[in-house]
Ligand binder design. Structure first.
Ligand code: NAG
Ligand code: NAG
Ligand code: NAG
Ligand code: NAG
Ligand code: NAG
Ligand code: NAG
Ligand code: NAG
Length: 784
């Protein structure tokens, strides 16, 4: 086994080597220099034994101070306070101090620990040109590493832990070719680590823990001597670093790594300590890590590693600590980790393991989470930057407000999607659109009306998000953020940095598509903005590294807080109040306007939205917003596009079916009206049709009979004319022959009429059917 290297061992070794003591008298100036150092350091207790009669070169030394002489010179100076001193007084100057030290020009080893040394590291340090080992930990050094340090060509060890040094690591580090130990823990360094570190071939220890470093780790594969890499508590990432295979200690804890862990780590035969906890690593956990011959400490907690564990896995006998908690591991805990003996710590809570004591995630979470961050190829990578290019065009096109919530999506027929490519970009057209339009124009609109985008103000404009933002917003996809899942992915609640609450849909791609494939989908989604739609605020792509295809799409929607429309009308609602009659018509108008927008506000129209009262969310003003609409690429991306070879012109069959789909939304809307009137949902299409017959009969029957079928909660507050109008339009919407169903404009006109008569009546009678604090403003009618 290769010899391990530790700084203290080196120190002792060097100390022994150099401390062949010559008792010759030092040049008389040397004691003076040392006493001056004592004075400059404000008489630290560590040096209490130094006085004018001290024989500095006697082999006597204690743990707090050591002076090593060789011939007439001092080669080593160690001063170590036993506890960290407070900063030296203001009149202390590092410049003066190092100028004094420079009178010991043969100094090879300098240890000045916990002495309260305050100030920048001066360029004068270069005068100590023989320096090989420097340890100035636990002082109050601040500022940047001086360029002059690069002149110390013999420097092997540089330890400046626990100071307040800042700035970036210099890129001339490779001018210190002998450097074997670089330890800068617990400072304020920032920036990324320069590539030159990867050329320090003698480096054995690299400790940059607890700074503000960020960005990718340079390629360290050529550091064949590297044994200790400590990068914890920074923001390195996202890719797992490339490393030499001789590592003994690898600590990447609490950074921003988001890649998978390469299987290569299982070939690091000398690995003793492996800590990648508190990152966002994904992909498989390699059980072979457990059986590495020297492994004693293994901590992968707080990631999203998955994979199945088996009872028959083998573990190294050296293992003392194994922490697998908070991942997505499945299977059973290996037997070799189950020992009850207390000499081993084994933690595995918050996974998806079977039959064990420590708390595991609930099954639904395991199922969905495992899906969400499922097995990704080795080199998965998130390339956030490339999204910018994509979205610039989109964003520039969408300066309107946005509104939304996320929930359910459908599939737009590929024919529609396809034809959208051929159409000129709708946003260009929209700029010249006139806000005045007749409903006739609307029915074959080729533009997005500005009017239709109204009232989405207050929402941020559409933009791209970085994976980091998504991760932060969802608290790393924490269980508590999980809202639910559908066939098209998982839904998470998130809070953006500015406090804005969003719903994030996470869609995992079944097939590999390049980003270009999604551009027109994204463009369409970005344009869907309407006060009665839960609109997308932005998106984020996650890529596979190898070929830059998309692995996941995150769609960020506005979060609509007030539950579904159904929860406001259904009989079994708990705490919530039921909507009054006017509020129900208002909600229906909202849904109808949303449908109208989906059909005519975008090109191509979005049909077959299959909207139910559970697909409509209520905002804080009880405004209705459709959350589940037929969003293009949530359709099965895996389907082969048969239409690819077609010329792109719409075939007659596409046209015909588009017409039917338009009317299928009308039918579903009729069912919503029915639910609003009855106060309950029909259980089947048959029941809907049966109720339609009942409605039809009651419309021509007497008022008494008509009212008797209405939800008791609104039975006495609705004006008969209003009720009849709604029942009539409801019945027409549910007509069997799609061609006979009314247009959405017709529906809207009738709803508005019903609201108007109700309003007028309510105004006259002063009777109020809503609560006194009804959130609705008196509605003003707008007939075209
Ligand atoms: C620096 O010196 C102090 C005092 O001897 C020691 O405790 C510490 O471990 C040294 N630092 C390193 C990184 O070896
Ligand atoms: C710094 O000031 C203190 C008093 O605050 C004094 O005792 C000490 O001698 C001064 N040190 C130097 C190096 O001037
Ligand atoms: C110097 O210190 C030694 C003990 O470390 C002590 O015995 C001696 O008296 C001191 N000499 C002076 C001049 O203070
Ligand atoms: C690093 O921090 C300093 C302040 O200490 C700041 O001026 C500088 O811009 C930062 N550099 C980077 C790359 O963040
Ligand atoms: C993670 O690292 C950051 C510095 O990058 C630090 O502020 C934070 O306290 C660390 N978190 C934990 C849990 O150690
Ligand atoms: C594993 O790492 C986590 C986070 O970094 C830490 O909180 C935990 O204590 C570690 N587990 C063990 C057993 O050391
Ligand atoms: C361990 O068990 C699994 C299933 O329980 C089996 O597939 C695998 O072959 C076993 N491996 C060994 C080395 O026995």
């Amino acid at each position: 086994m290769a010899e391990k290297f530790y700084p203290t061992k080196l120190l002792i070794f060097v100390t022994l080597l150099l401390s062949i003591n010559h008792s010759e008298q030092l040049q008389s100036s040397l004691p003076q220099t040392l006493l001056r150092i004592k004075r400059l350091l404000n008489f630290p207790s560590a040096l209490s034994s130094w006085n004018s009669s001290t024989d500095f070169c006697s082999p006597d030394s204690d743990s707090s101070q050591t002076v090593v002489c060789y011939e007439d010179t001092i080669t080593q100076l160690h001063i170590i306070a036993d506890k960290r001193a407070s900063p030296l007084p203001k009149n202390f100057s590092t410049d003066t101090f190092f100028a004094t030290l420079a009178r010991l020009p043969h100094l090879k080893v300098l240890t000045l620990v916990s002495l309260g040394i305050r100030g920048p590291l001066p360029g004068k340090i270069a005068r100590l040109s023989s320096l090989e080992i420097v340890n100035m930990s636990s002082n109050f050094l601040y500022g940047v590493i001086p360029q002059e340090l690069s002149l110390l060509s013999n420097l092997q060890t540089l330890i400046l832990d626990d100071n307040k040094l800042s700035g970036e690591l210099p890129d001339w580090l490779d001018s210190l070719p002998a450097l074997t130990v670089l330890s800068l823990k617990n400072n304020l360094f920032n920036g990324s680590v320069p590539d030159s570190v990867g050329r320090l071939e003698n480096l054995r220890i690299l400790s940059l823990s607890h700074n503000h470093f960020y960005g990718p780790v340079p390629d360290l594969r050529h550091l064949t001597n590297l044994q200790v890499l400590e990068f914890d508590d920074n923001a390195f990432g996202p890719q797992f670093p490339r490393l030499g295979t001789k590592l003994v200690t690898l600590v990447l804890r609490n950074n921003s790594f988001r890649s998978s862990v390469p299987a290569e780590v299982t070939t690091f035969r000398q690995l003793e300590r492996f800590d990648i906890s508190s990152n966002s690593f994904v992909g498989p956990f390699h059980p072979a890590l457990l059986s590495l011959p020297s492994i004693t400490y293994l901590n992968i907690s707080g990631n999203q590693l998955n994979g199945m564990l088996f009872e028959n896995l083998t573990c190294s006998s050296e293992l003392q600590v194994v922490d697998l908690s908070s991942n997505l591991l499945t299977g059973s805990l290996p037997e070799c980790l189950q020992s009850k003996s207390s000499d081993k710590t084994v933690l595995y809570a918050r996974n998806c393991l079977q039959d064990i004591n420590q708390n595991q995630h609930l099954l639904p979470f395991c199922h969905t989470e495992a899906l969400a961050v499922g097995i990704l190829p080795e080199s998965k990578k998130h390339k956030d930057q490339s999204k910018v290019g994509l979205s610039t065009g989109i964003v520039s096109g969408i300066l309107g407000g946005v509104a939304l919530v996320a929930l359910v999506f459908f599939i737009i027929r590929r024919g529609n999607v396809r034809s959208s490519i051929k159409n000129p970009p709708t946003r260009l057209i929209s700029e010249s659109a006139t806000p005045k339009y007749s409903s006739k124009h609307l029915s074959d609109a080729r533009y997005i009306s500005q009017t239709m985008k109204m009232a989405t103000v207050g929402l941020p404009i559409y933009r791209t998000f970085s994976v980091e933002e998504i991760v932060v917003a969802t608290n790393n996809f924490d269980t508590s953020s999980f809202m639910g899942e559908s066939s098209q992915g998982q839904m998470y609640r998130g809070r953006l940095r500015d406090g804005f609450v969003v719903a994030i849909r996470c869609v995992k791609m079944k097939k590999r598509y390049s980003i270009h494939y999604f551009m027109h989908h994204i463009e369409l989604i970005s344009q869907l903005r309407h006060r009665h739609l839960v609109c997308a605020l932005g998106h984020c792509f996650e890529y596979y590294l190898e070929d830059s295809t998309v692995s996941r799409i995150f769609l960020v929607f506005e979060y609509v807080p007030n539950g579904t429309l159904r929860s406001w009308i259904s009989a079994d609602r708990r705490a919530k109040k039921s909507l009054g009659w006017t509020q129900r018509i208002e909600a229906a108008i909202g849904v109808a306007k949303g449908i109208q927008y989906l059909h005519t506000g975008v090109v191509p129209g979005i049909y077959s939205n299959k909207i139910k009262t559970t697909d409509v969310l209520m905002d804080q003003n009880l405004g209705a917003k459709i959350c589940s609409y037929n969003l293009p690429f949530l359709s099965d991306m895996g389907k082969v596009e048969h239409g690819t070879s077609s010329s792109g012109s719409k075939s007659p069959s596409v046209n015909r079916s588009a017409k039917h789909e338009d009317k299928s939304d009308i039918y579903n809307f009729g069912a919503i009206l029915q639910e609003l009137i009855l106060g309950r949902a029909a259980k089947s299409r048959n029941e809907v049709d049966g109720l339609r017959v009942l409605f039809q009969a009651s419309i021509i029957g007497d008022e008494e009979a008509r009212r008797s079928i209405v939800d008791a909660g609104v039975r006495n507050s609705c004006l008969d004319q209003s009720l009849r109008t709604i029942m009539e339009i409801c019945t027409r919407c549910l007509t069997k022959d799609p061609a006979e169903r009314p247009s959405i404009e017709d529906v809207l006109w009738n709803l508005q009429f019903a609201a108007q008569v109700q309003d007028a009546w309510r105004g006259e009678s002063q009777s109020s059917e809503g609560s006194p604090g009804s959130p609705f403003e008196p509605r003003r009618l707008t007939f075209h």
